[in-house]
Design a protein around this ligand. Sequence first.
Ligand code: B12
Ligand code: SF4
Length: 530
Amino acid sequence: MFVVNDLGVNEPFGPMILSAILKQKGHETILGVIQQEDVIQKMSSWKPDMLAYSMMSVDMGDMKKFNDALRQKTNIFTLLGGSHATLERSCINDPGIDAICVGEGDEAIVEVVDHLDKGNGKDIETIPNIMVSEDTPLNLNNFIEDLDTLPFMDRELVYAYPQMARFGIKGVWATRGCVFKCPYCFNNRYNRLYKGKGKIVRRRSVDSMIRETKELVQNYRVEFIRIQDDAFILKVDDWLKEFAERWSSDIGIPFYCLLRPESVTDELAFYLKKAGCFSICMSIEAADDRIRNRMLRRQANKEQLENAFRIFKQHKINVYANTMLALPFTSLDHDIASIDFAIKVKPDMPNFSIFMPYPGTDLGDYCQRVGIYDSKKEDIHFGMRNMSPLTCFTKKEREAQYNICQLAIVAVKLPFLRNLIVNHLLYWRPNKIFFIIHYLFAIRAYGKKIFYFKHTLGEYIDLFIRTIKHYLYDFFRVSEGNKLTQRSKTLNEGYTKQSTRWKIQELEKCLEAMTGSQIATTREVVPIGK
Ligand code: B12
Ligand code: SF4
C-alpha cells in the first residue's frame, strides 16, 4: 500500500509510476491518503504486506504522527521513499521506519517486494538504493537511462478518488532530472549524489509521451494538462519540433509547463505556442542581481528576464512567476525591490513565497552551519507560506515578509496600490483579512490565467471547496508554523541585536559561500554514519 500525506490538485507521480511497475510484475497496490481517510481502517480491510510512504520534507511531521500511531497496532514493514528520504537520510533512525529508498525507486521497490514475498526481509540492505540503518553503505543504481522502458503511470491508483478523477486538470511528464545548481533545491545535491551514475537529464520519446497522454484522455476527463517536469524545454531541437506537431494534432489540449528564463527565445515560444501551450512557470526568485545570481546561482540577468516575459506576452502565453522572500541575511528592501521588478514584468500569476531551508540542500545546510536556523523539525514541516524560520530577522521583518507573501500579488495586479502596501500595510500585524485578499486574487489568477478551462457551475463549487479546504489547512498550520521554537527564540534575540553592518557582512559571506564550492557536503556521496 502506497501512502501519501495528501492529494491536492497534483497527482503524486512517484507512487503512480512505482505502482505501475509493481502491477506489471503481478503485485497488487492501493493508495492511502493520511489527510483524507482512515488509512489504518483501509489497511485492516485490504491487508497490505508493506507500507510504501512517499514523502517530501513538509510531509514528515504528519507522516510520523500517523506512523507512530500505526506502530502501536501493527508491525507491518514500512519503506519510505521520495525527496526527504533521499536527502535527509538520517530519517532511517526513526524506529518506526524499516527501510528507506534513496533516489530512484523504480528497480528498488520491486526487489524489496520480492524479498518480502520470499520471506527474507533480512537481506534487504543488499538491494541498491535501499538503506535499513545509518550504517548501510549506500549503493546506488545508475539513473534509468531509457525512460521509454518505464510503463505508463498507474492512474487508477489516484483516480480511484472521485475528486481526482473528475478534476479537469491532469498531469503528464517528459523528462527526469535538472542540470541546474540552485542551492535551495533538491536537484543540486541529488545530481552530486548520482555523480558518475548516468546522464542527469533524460527525456522520453515524443511518441511515448503522446501515447500515454492519449490513453489518459480516452479514459478520464482531461480539459487541461500540466507537464510536471522541473525544466521541460531547454532549447529548440528536433524533440520540441516533433512535440509541437504531434501534441497539436494528436492531443490538442492546452497545457502548462516549467521553464528557465535564460532558455527562452522567440523561436522556443513559437514552438510552444504551436503545440498549444497556454501558460508557463518561470521564476524570478529575486530582483537583486547579486542575490539572484550569486546566492541562488541563477543564470539570467535582468535583461534576459525582462526579455523572456516580453516574448511570452507577444506569443500570448501566460506566465506564473515565483519570487523568494526572506533569503538569508537579506533586508526588506531586497524583498520590496522584488515586488517592484514583478510590477515591471507583470507576471499573470505572481507568487511570492518565503525561503525555507530544506534539509540536505546547500543553502539549507548553510543556514544551519552559521546558526540562523534551528533544525528542530517543527520549523520546517510547513510550506512556504509561513513566516521565515530563520533567526536573522527581527519579528517586525518576519511579519512584513509574511505580509508581502499575501499582498504582493495585489501590488502587481493593481500597481496604484503599491505605495499603500509597501509603505503602510506591510507593517501591520499579519491578519486574516490579508490572507483572504490573497486567496481571492490568487484563485482568480490561477483560474483565469494559468490553469484555465471551462468549468461547469458544479465544478466551480467543487474547486472552491477544495481550494478553500487547502487554504484553511495551510491557514491553521501557518499560525502553528509561525511560532519559533524556544531555541530559535533565544538565537533570534541575539541576532536581532546585531548591527546592520554585521548583517551586510554576513550577507557577503553567504554570497561568497554559495558562489564558491566550499560548501558543507556531509550528506553527499559518503553514507551517513561513515
Ligand atoms: C510536482 C511537484 C510538486 C507537486 C506535487 C507533488 C506530489 N504530490 O508529488 C506540488 C505542486 C503539489 C508540490 C508541492 C510542493 N513541493 Co514539490 N515538487 C514537485 C516536483 C517538481 C516533481 C515531483 C515528481 O513528480 N517527480 C517525478 C517522480 C517520478 O519522482 P519522485 O516523486 O521523486 O519519485 C521517485 C523517487 O523519489 C522514488 N520514490 C518516491 N516515492 C517513493 C516511495 C517509495 C516507497 C519508494 C521505494 C521510492 C519512492 O521513486 C520514484 C521513481 O523513481 C519535485 C521536483 C523533483 N525533481 O522531484 C518537487 C519537490 C518534490 N517539491 C518540493 C517542495 C519543497 C514542495 C513544497 C513544499 C513547496 C511549497 N510550495 O511549499 C510543496 C509542498 C506542498 C505541501 N504538501 O504542503 C521539493 C521537496 C524538497 C524536500 N526535501 O522534500 C522538491 C524536491 C523540489 C525542490 N525544490 O527541491 N510539488
Ligand atoms: S532550475 Fe528549478 S528544478 Fe532545476 S535546480 Fe533550479 S530550482 Fe531546482
